[in-house]
Design a protein around this ligand. Structure first.
Ligand SMILES: Cc1cc2nc3c(=O)[nH]c(=O)nc-3n(C[C@H](O)[C@H](O)[C@H](O)COP(=O)(O)OP(=O)(O)OC[C@H]3O[C@@H](n4cnc5c(N)ncnc54)[C@H](O)[C@@H]3O)c2cc1C
Length: 385
């Protein structure tokens, strides 16, 4: 039987970051097992690539405070581009309650050490982007170090670095079962043979509940379809723009190539493994786009270029990180609720610390421990896009 010190199930950006952080910490005997023929076929390859520190809970802010500087230094550190573009995130408030919310978040962000975030007035937003319909905008918040990365490239960069340091990647290999003995996890089953190991990390993204079932428990992670619509080239709005969020309805967009990438969380979406793009979504999103940016009436969209992918939602919109209760050797890195790309660097560091030393100083890991649901310690994140 083959052996590995740590087996990572799933070669998306989270599994890749954990492989990187483990090897960087000196643990080279790492095997990543990916069922697809290529990496990135899960949610990572579908992501919008947004990275931000403008969150409402301290633990999410702390994860971004590790991750965004990591992405800023990625190319130099890993010798591979992450495509970080610090163009910012601009939240546009259309109600006083939004402003109060942004102010509370701003105070938490600054208290935790975020330097580049500021509250801005409606007039400043009008000056920055006169193309926005601003009659109902009452102010906002902007952070210049928020921005975008290229999720696929970052994932490949993490994995390539880990492979260069001795980690292994098996593609085309689904994990089909787990084996246990009286010490806990003992092996991972695959059609390519079993792998003896004492440490397994579930990084299977939206499919993580299936891996948890192999270990005998239910994981509170639900797949939820998200759709993105890229536009054809459009030069009537600046391409230096940040991610702009219309808080009246959650519509947001950012520049992408010669056009823009449009996103909106349809509240009518229901959970399930749906990855088909619904053409009816185009009209819904274009209506909201033209409502906030009247010039977007002129946008052209090719429905064949639009796509859908899965968010991995948890009940409190925070990831589930750390050792699974009652299954020694089984670790979870799941349920990123739309933030798995931006929090992949911090997740890699946290999981590597927990696997190799049993603790981490990056966050209070008990906050994201799997046991929080059973213990009634959920911490709601409301800044979910
Ligand atoms: C439309 C959309 C927009 C998004 N926008 C953003 C954004 O702007 N910013 C952000 O931070 N996040 C965003 N996200 C979320 C982000 O993409 C995910 O949280 C992140 O990619 C999760 O990474 P992962 O590695 O955990 O999962 P995945 O990338 O899904 O990887 C999981 C891997 O596990 C493999 N796998 C599953 N089962 C098995 C098995 N039995 N055996 C072996 N392998 C298995 C899969 O094939 C897959 O490759 C977005 C997601 C979507 C869908």
């Amino acid at each position: 039987m083959q052996t590995a010190e740590v087996v990572i199930i799933g070669g998306g950006i989270v599994g890749s970051s954990i492989a990187y952080h483990l090897t960087a910490a000196g643990c080279a005997d790492v095997l990543v097992i990916e069922r697809e023929s290529a990496q990135g076929k899960g949610s990572t390859g579908k992501s919008m690539g947004g990275v931000r520190a403008q969150f409402s809970t301290p633990v999410n802010i702390q994860m971004s405070l590790y991750s965004i500087p990591f992405y800023a230094a990625f190319d130099e550190r890993l010798g591979h581009p992450a495509g970080y573009r610090p163009q910012g995130y601009l939240f546009c408030a259309t109600h006083d309650k939004h402003l109060a919310y942004l102010r509370t978040n701003y105070e938490k962000q600054v208290a935790l050490g975020l330097k580049d975030v500021r509250l801005i007035s409606a007039d400043e937003i009008r000056t920055m982007f006169p193309q926005l319909r601003s009659d109902d905008i009452v102010g906002g918040s902007f952070c210049s170090t928020d921005g975008f990365v290229d999720p696929y490239s970052a994932m490949i960069g993490f994995m390539t670095w880990a492979l260069d340091q001795g980690a292994k990647l098996w593609k085309n290999t689904p994990v089909t079962g787990l084996r246990f003995d009286d010490r806990g996890i003992a092996a991972v089953e695959t059609p390519r043979g079993n792998v003896a190991t004492r440490k397994v990390v579930n990084c299977a993204g939206a499919w993580a509940p299936q891996i948890a079932h192999m270990a005998g428990f239910d994981l509170p992670v639900d797949p939820l379809r998200r759709m993105l619509v890229p536009t054809e080239p459009f030069d009537q709005f600046p391409h230096t723009a940040p991610m702009i969020i219309d808080m009246s309805n959650g519509f947001h967009f950012r520049p992408e190539g010669l056009g823009f990438l449009l996103a909106w969380n349809d509240p009518e979406e229901t959970s399930g493994y749906k990855t088909d793009f619904d053409p009816a979504f185009i009209e819904k999103i274009l209506t909201r786009a033209a409502d906030r940016v009247p010039l977007f009436e002129n946008l052209a969209v090719n429905p064949k270029r639009a796509w859908a992918g899965l968010y991995e939602m948890t009940p409190d919109h925070h990831p589930i990180l750390g050792p699974a209760p009652e299954v020694p050797g089984f670790f979870l890195a799941n349920g990123f609720s739309g933030h798995g790309v931006m929090h992949a660097p911090a997740t890699g560091k946290i999981l590597s610390d927990l696997i190799l030393t049993g603790s981490t100083s990056l966050i209070d890991s008990s906050l994201l421990a799997p046991s929080r649901f059973a213990e009634g310690r959920m911490i709601e994140e409301t800044a979910v896009l």
